[in-house]
Design a protein around this ligand. Sequence first.
Ligand code: GLN
Length: 486
Amino acid sequence: MEWNQYKAWELIGFLAKKEVSSREITESVLKRIEERKQINAYISVLKESALQAAAQTDEQYRTGQIDKKHLIAGIPIAVKDNICYKNNRTTCGSRILEQFIPPYNAFVINRILEHRGIIIGKTNMDEFAMGSSTETSFFGPTLNPADTGCIPGGSSGGSAAAVADSQAILGLGSDTGGSIRQPASLCGCVGMKPTYGLVSRFGLVAFASSLDQIGGFTRDVKDMSLLLNVIAGHDKKDSTSVDRPVPDYFSGIGQLNIKGIKIGIPREYFIEGMDKEIKERIEKVIKLLEKEGAIIEETSLPHTEYAVADYYIIAPAEASSNLARYDGVKYGYRSKSEESANNLIQMYFNTRKDGFGPEVKRRILLGTYSLSSGYYDAYYLKALKVRTLIKQDFEKAFKKFDVLLTPTSPTPAFRIGEKIKDPLQMYLSDIFTISTNMAGIPGISLPAGNNSKGLPVGVQLMAGPFEEKKLLQISYALEQIIKDKV
Ligand code: GLN
C-alpha cells in the first residue's frame, strides 16, 4: 500500500514512530495528483510550499517540537478553493476571481497550520459553490474517480474526488445545501457538515451566509473526528461563530454501543422516483442496525417537501447581496474594453457579464428579484417563515431520536453533461441534504458500498445542534457494521 492510501490517524502513528516522514507522504500524494491529472480535482497544486512545509515538519518531529497538541502534523490536506489561503490564489472556481490572491488566512487555514498540517492544494468547485456537479467551474469539470464519465457531485467535487482518489489524506469543503455530503456520497468518502456556528466562516468566500458551513472530507469516521478537533471552535472574527466549549471528538470514537440508540427514519426521504438500488441499500443498512439492537422507528418531517423551493429563494437572495462586491474595482477581474474604460457603469456591467458564468448570473437574477420591493414579502419573508417550520420539524424529531437516517442523494453519480442544461433537475440533487442547512444542524454522509455499476452510495445521519460528538460515535458504530456487511 502506498502512503497516500492510509488514513490520517494511521499516518500520525507512523510519523510519531519515525516509520515514515511527512516528506514521503507528501511526495506520494503529489505523485498521485500528477498521475491522475485528468480527474481535475485541483485548481492549484501547491507543490513547492507543501514540500517545504513537510521538510520543516520532519525537522520539528526530529527535534521533538511536535507533540500531541499538533493533531495533523505532517498530513497533506486539500482545501476547497473558496477558502482564503494567504498569498495563494483563491478563485472560487470563477473567472472573476481567477487572479485573486487573498492577503489573509481563513480561520480554518490558521488552525491547519497551527496543527502543522500540509496544505497540498486548492480544489476545484462549482463556481461560487453553486451547483451539484462541479461542472460550473471556470476551470473545467472534475471527474468522478469511480467512473470518469460521471460527475463527482458538487459543489465541493474537487475535495471529494481528491480524498476518495488518494490525492489527499484529508479535505476541506463548504456546504450550503449539501455541497460536502452529496459529493462525498457520490465519490465514496465520508463528508460532514457541522452545526452552523461550530466552525468559523472567517475567510470563506460567502455564498449564502446563513447557510454556509465549512466541513471535512475523510476516508473514515475516525479521521473526521480528528479533523473536526482541528477546525471547530469559537472565532471572534465571525459574529455567527458560537462561543461554547468544544468536546474532544476523537476520544469519543468507539465508546458507544449502538444498542438502544434511537434512530428515526423520516418517511419524506423515501420518495417516488428515487433510485431503486439506493433505496434497497439504505433499507439494508436499516435492517443491520436493527439487528445490532438500535431502535428504529419511522417518523415524519412534514415540511420537507418545501425545502428545495424554500432554499432556492433564500440562497439566491443572500448570494445576490454577497456577490454585489464583485464589481471590477475591489477584487479580481476587470473588463478592459474601451467601453469599460470610458464609462464606469458600463465597466461594472461588462466585468460582471464576462466574469460570472450562467449559473451564478441565474442566482443573482433570482435573488435580486425576490428581494426587490413588492416581492420581498411574497417571496423572501415567506421563505424565512417556511424555514422556521422546517427547523421546528427537526426540533420535534430530536426530542425523540438520537439521530435521523436517510439516503444522502436520490441518485448515484450521473453522467457529465446530463443535468447541466436543466437547472431544476440539478437542484433536486440536494433534496435530502438541504433541510439540515435550513435548520443549522449537523449532517454526515458515510459510504454504504457501491451499486451494481460500481458507483458509490451514501447514507446520511443527522443530529441535533452541537451533537457532533454523539453523531460521530453513532457514525463510527454504523461504519463498522457497514464495513463487513453492505
Ligand atoms: N447544490 C446546491 C446549490 O447549488 C448546494 C450548493 C452548496 O451546498 N454550496 O446551491
